[in-house]
Design a protein around this ligand. Structure first.
Ligand code: SF4
Ligand code: SF4
Length: 201
């Protein structure tokens, strides 16, 4: 899933300094799971905008903001959007850009998008995949060095890790230590012998 976090409300409001008649679009997938764009957050946003003196003409919660098909499909389910002079998307950057591609009014995002990650036991996992286009994660026990090693090393560690932490950022686990531990559990340490050519990005 796409990992994003909510911008401060003051920052969102500032972007509407010269805008009014706002339509709010949430996202019922990633943003809803992260509690930054599901129905409860959309309703709170509408209230906050109204309390700040803005006219909110309506809101919608498509399954995924990044898969809005067309302006017509939005209007079909949400006629009020035709009265909008600005749109606020409470999804990721991709969702905002898809909505902007079908809308003729300015489109803003309420969130900052940081990485492709996941959610496990309520913990947000950042940078699980760097979208390289040639997936070899099975060679690394499911821990992607392209995304999780600070140097993107494909053929073993740099040698700078200390106590399992990365030398570039001591708050980060060394991806290669995670890979080694995982392959050991799986009984597949033989995969460490594979040589990985540089990727053609
Ligand atoms: S190798 Fe890593 S960056 Fe590339 S697609 Fe697979 S998980 Fe994503
Ligand atoms: S310490 Fe580990 S994660 Fe950090 S750059 Fe070196 S190999 Fe990669």
């Amino acid at each position: 899933m796409i990992i994003s976090s909510a911008k401060p409300f003051e920052e969102i409001l500032a972007s509407f300094e010269n805008e009014d008649d706002i339509f709010v679009i949430g996202c019922n997938v990633c943003a809803a799971k992260l509690h930054i764009g599901g129905e409860p957050e959309v309703l709170v946003m509408c209230e906050q905008l109204r309390a700040a003196g803005k006219n909110v003409v309506g809101w919608a919660l498509p399954t995924a903001a990044c898969s809005v098909r067309s302006w017509e499909s939005l209007v079909e389910k949400n006629a009020a959007i035709e009265d909008a002079r600005a749109i606020l998307v409470m999804g990721c950057g991709s969702g905002t850009s898809v909505v902007a591609s079908v809308a003729d009014v300015p489109v803003y995002s309420s969130n900052d998008t940081t990485s492709l990650g996941g959610l496990s036991h309520d913990a947000v996992l950042h940078d699980q995949c760097a979208m390289c286009g040639k997936c070899t994660i099975d060679d690394f026990g499911g821990v992607c060095p392209t995304a999780q090693c600070a140097k993107g090393l494909l053929n073993g560690p740099c040698g700078g890790s200390m106590d399992g932490k990365c030398e570039v950022d001591r708050d980060m686990d060394c991806a290669w230590e995670l890979i080694y531990k995982r392959l050991k559990v799986l009984g597949r340490l033989d995969l460490l012998d594979r040589i990985h050519e540089p990727k053609e990005h």
